[in-house]
Ligand binder design. Structure first.
Ligand code: 2YJ
Length: 276
């Protein structure tokens, strides 16, 4: 699984408003509206400033990513939540967080990244929330997906979830992966999803793309006017790709904002009003 680097996250806290503006420009929605849309929450029905969030840095595996926890806390603060990062790590950090009685605790190792709602005793998962955020963004940028064809590039944890979410939004879904067995497994789990074996051919014949792959996409395959909603990291689109297509990407904000809103919704005081 792709792991963020110190470099990927170093500027996140300073560019949250840029991401917000980019989402307004490309998808017609603010970060909060995107996050609510991704998990079917009515934005006015949830008071995000009522939530207290703790973020615990985790040292296991490849260790702490510089500014990862601080960036997660800043993404929550930009949504009006109150957030803190623990001064200690791992189990000690979790105990420190819980001693402050937070509503939500974020923590990530090299395999899982979750937001645990301590009131509802339920957690949000980053792969699902990243997929649903980028599907919401694509839906906004394309002004709806009903009856439109969307190509999912990459049949990993985010791409496989995105395929199901796109079907649920009424899109016709194709999926491609250099490992065709993975693409076939997603198609089997999501009847209606079509496997396209040739990745280059698939990209050059689609206007709407959800790119959940770490592989580089050569700009020669990209169609003029395409919309590419792209959670995949590393993000390696070049200037020519950006000149041809609308490309929507940020390394952390979209997925974390959806996690924050979904996790908050688990303990929304009036769940019936909260859900769309
Ligand atoms: O606390 C820290 O600073 C680190 N332990 C954070 C590790 C972040 N984890 C990843 O980037 C993994 N790839 C897992 C992300 C979940 C995939 N959607």
């Amino acid at each position: 699984m792709t792991r963020l680097t110190d470099d990927d996250v170093k500027n996140i806290s300073n560019t949250l408003e840029d991401v917000n503006q980019m989402l307004v420009r490309t998808a017609g929605m603010t970060t909060k509206q995107m996050a609510c849309d991704a998990v079917s929450i009515v934005p006015e029905s949830i008071d995000l400033d009522d939530y207290y969030v703790g973020v615990v840095p985790i040292t296991s595996g490849m260790g702490v990513i510089t500014r990862f926890s601080e960036s997660v806390a800043d993404i929550c603060r930009a949504l009006d939540m109150d957030a803190f990062v623990t001064s200690t790590y791992d189990v000690t950090g979790l105990a420190e967080a819980l001693s402050k009685d937070p509503d939500i605790v974020f923590l990530a190792d090299d395999y899982e990244f979750i937001a645990y709602n301590t009131r509802a005793r339920k957690y949000s998962n980053n792969s699902f929330c990243t997929a649903s955020g980028y599907v919401a963004v694509l839906n906004g940028a394309a002004k709806g997906l009903i009856g439109k064809t969307v190509l999912v590039v990459g049949a990993g944890r985010v791409g496989s979830r995105a395929a199901g979410l796109l079907l649920a939004r009424g899109a016709k879904v194709g999926i491609t992966d250099i490992d065709t067995a993975k693409a076939h497994a997603v198609a089997k789990e999501n009847p209606g999803v079509k496997v396209i074996e040739d990745v280059g051919e698939a990209i050059s014949s689609n206007d709407l793309i959800l790119n959940a792959s770490p592989a580089h996409i050569d700009s020669k395959y990209i169609r003029e006017g395409a919309i590419i909603s792209s959670p995949g990291v590393p993000h390696t689109f070049d200037g020519e790709a950006y000149a041809k297509a609308t490309i929507i990407h940020d390394p952390l904000d979209i997925g974390v904002a959806v996690m924050a809103v979904q996790s908050a919704s688990f303990s929304c005081p009036d769940k019936r009003k909260c859900r769309r």
